[in-house]
Design a protein. Structure first.
Length: 323
């Protein structure tokens, strides 16, 4: 089986950072305080702190809320819940036991609804701070800390609705860069990434899917099935519908679509349209196989090998699948 997808270093770093904060929130929750509140810098305590223009409220044993910057609001409710804001006009809401919401970067919102989940935003940089990002994670009934949602950069949206993961095989949804969108609806242990500039990635249902839409303006959509690997970039489009074990790559204005297939490999680039292996225009390997060559017939085995190779356009976008 193929290994788990490798995404950009920024996404990996962001996910690791969120994971570390999650562990900190879970491991350091004191049992002495059940609730606290701090308004505009008044009423600060070990569990609730606010700036002169912010509000922090925590309800529940070991719950914590921190609101920094201008006009920030942090609200945490649940045992071990934690909400943290920074920069101007940031809002963090964590609802559920061991939930974590982190809103960094100006004009950003992080909302975690349900137990054992993480929603986080981060601005372009610590120095500039601009974000305009939204991270929404809805994980009712989650039994383990295994779902991480992050929007990092400028103008990004990352959403998970009712999907879940485990500590060993997490569900991750990340929108990283500028004006990216990543969403997961249902399913388990999926990985969805919108990255670079204008990336678009969506997964609906299934399990163990890896879906990456990379900029400029690459779009990847997986509908159902399991263990699919999709990658799109350079104004390309890739989709798999009700299939399993497929590898689909669309790059350079190419459109690749797998419909009701299993273990298929499809690549479309340079304006190609490839649907279930039917390419328009035909792939270069297919055209070469039809050409007469010095009186010799093309070798079916060599033509098949050439047609079966993955395009270099799939590197860095589709990645490789999780185990």
């Amino acid at each position: 089986m193929r290994t788990k997808a490798t995404v950009s270093s920024a996404i990996i770093l962001g996910s690791l950072t969120v994971g570390a904060l999650t562990a900190s929130a879970l491991g350091s929750a004191p049992a002495a305080s059940a609730s606290c509140a701090s308004f505009f810098g008044v009423g600060n305590s070990a569990d609730c702190t606010s700036s002169r223009s912010s509000i922090a409220i925590a309800i529940g044993t070991g719950a914590k809320a921190k609101a920094a910057g201008l006009f920030g609001v942090a609200f945490a409710a649940g045992t071990g819940a934690s909400a943290d804001t920074n920069d101007s006009l940031t809002f963090a809401t964590a609802l559920g036991d061991n939930s974590l919401a982190i809103a960094h970067g100006h004009l950003s919102v992080a909302t975690q609804i349900g137990a054992n989940g993480v929603a986080a935003t981060e601005g372009l940089s610590e120095a500039k701070g601009w974000g305009l990002n939204l991270a929404l994670n809805v994980t009712p009934g989650a039994q383990q800390v295994g779902t991480q949602i992050q929007a990092a950069g400028l103008g990004n949206l990352a959403v998970n609705l009712f999907g879940y993961g485990t500590a060993a095989d997490q569900l991750q949804v990340t929108a990283n860069g500028i004006a990216n969108f990543a969403a997961n609806l249902g399913g388990n242990s999926n990985e969805v990434n919108g990255e670079s500039i204008g990336g678009f990635a969506v997964n609906v249902g299934g399990g163990g899917n890896s879906v990456t839409g990379a900029g400029p303006a690459g779009a990847a959509v997986n509908l159902g099935g399991s263990n699919n690997e999709l990658g799109a970039g350079g104004f390309g489009f890739a989709t798999s519908i009700l299939g399993s074990g497929n590898s689909v790559v669309g790059a350079g204005f190419g459109l690749a679509a797998s419909l009701l297939q299993k273990n298929a490999t499809l690549v479309a680039e340079k304006g190609q349209i490839n649907i279930n292996g039917l390419s328009i225009p035909p792939a270069a390997s297919a055209l070469q196989a039809k050409k007469p060559g010095n009186g010799k017939k093309s070798s079916p085995s060599s033509a098949g090998a050439a047609g079966g190779k993955k395009s270099a356009g799939g590197s860095g976008m589709g990645g490789s699948k999780r185990k």
